[in-house]
Design a binder for this molecule. Structure first.
Ligand code: F6P
Length: 323
């Protein structure tokens, strides 16, 4: 192998730049040429490859987002799209590809691997929904951003004796909401993995007020059946009976754009370098992630489209702590 390419795909995550930097510098240390693909798989189809040297990735380790740009690409999922991508890689003399991204992106990576191209994935998404990595690049920073918001909202909740619904991202996975709820000292947490009815939630808040709490913070995962919007509507419709002054804050994309913290920079650097090491060792069709504290590789067949269950002990912990 003498030439590899790297791309970032799906939602951007803090630490993606650190991973790009690691791939480029580790690749060059192997004596290879490294290209960056702009705009994810869409850019690959369009032949948007740029050369990347060590200086091109200087000063980016602390930057959020991705210098390569990212996209979600439907065309790549078709057989025609796949052939086009393979054609571009061949025409540019690229022999290996590193795909930095989440679940959908790793399914794309697997499509190329199955077609016989050397591909290694790097686990990166704020959702932390990827099997093959206990924690993915971007989660820690996104969690800290959510926490900062929750801490601030708690101040206002206390001052006004109000309840706040704080909706965090995570797609169908409740990891961010659960961890933000535990670390933020929330009175209640609503996640897809542990559905609760609006009435049960109202009862929980009511009971906590009876126990002397002057405010309530409810962290809600966007993927929960009763998300913040649905819950707010229920509370509005039943305001008189429930007696809560309730406000909603949707954190949304604010969680994605932060400067990566130390944890994400280190994780991204280790995983990016490991992806190169695996390619150099002739491996393909695997995702590199962190399992039980160590860098590890998992077949992409066991990753894409699969879900990662949350630890039920954390649900119990959240419940005990909110009393
Ligand atoms: O996968 C990351 C994520 O931020 C999810 O948490 C969220 O549901 C989704 O991306 C939002 O996607 P988009 O940025 O395309 O609106």
């Amino acid at each position: 192998m003498s030439h590899i390419a790297v791309l970032t795909s799906g939602g951007d995550a803090p630490g993606m730049n650190a991973a790009i930097r690691a791939v480029v510098r580790a690749g060059i240390a192997q004596g290879w040429t490294v290209s960056g693909v702009r705009h994810g798989f869409a850019g690959l189809l369009g032949g948007e490859l740029i050369p990347l040297g060590p200086r091109d990735v200087g000063g980016i380790i602390q930057q959020g987002g991705t210098i390569l740009g990212s996209a979600r690409c439907e065309a790549f999922k078709t057989p025609v799209g796949r052939e086009q991508a393979l054609g571009v890689l061949k025409a540019r003399g690229v022999q290996g590809l590193v795909v930095i991204g989440g679940n959908g992106s790793q399914m794309g990576a697997n499509v190329l691997a199955k077609a016989g191209f050397a591909v290694v994935g790097v686990a990166s998404t704020i959702d932390n929904d990827l099997p093959g990595s206990d924690i993915t690049i971007g989660v820690d920073t996104a969690l800290n951003i959510a926490l900062e918001a929750i801490d601030r909202l708690k101040v206002t909740a206390s001052s006004h004796e109000r309840a706040f619904l704080v909706e965090v991202m995570g797609r169908d996975c409740g990891y961010l909401a659960l961890m933000a709820g535990i670390a933020g000292g929330a009175e209640a947490i609503v996640i897809p993995e542990m559905e609760t009815s609006p009435e049960a939630l109202a009862q929980e808040l009511y009971t906590s007020r009876e126990r002397g709490k002057k405010h309530a913070i409810v962290v809600v995962a966007e993927g929960a059946r009763h998300n913040a919007r649905a819950l707010a509507q229920y509370f509005r419709e039943n305001e008189k009976r429930l007696g809560f002054d309730l406000r909603v804050t949707q954190l949304g994309h604010v969680q994605r754009g932060g400067s990566p913290g130390a944890f994400d920079r280190l994780l991204a650097t280790r995983l990016g370098a490991e992806a190169v090491r695996r390619l150099a060792a002739g491996e393909t069709g695997v995702l590199v992630g962190q399992l039980k504290g160590a860098v590890a590789a998992t077949p992409l067949d066991d990753v894409g489209g699969k879900s990662k269950p949350l630890d039920p002990a954390l649900f119990a912990l959240a419940r005990t702590m909110s009393s």
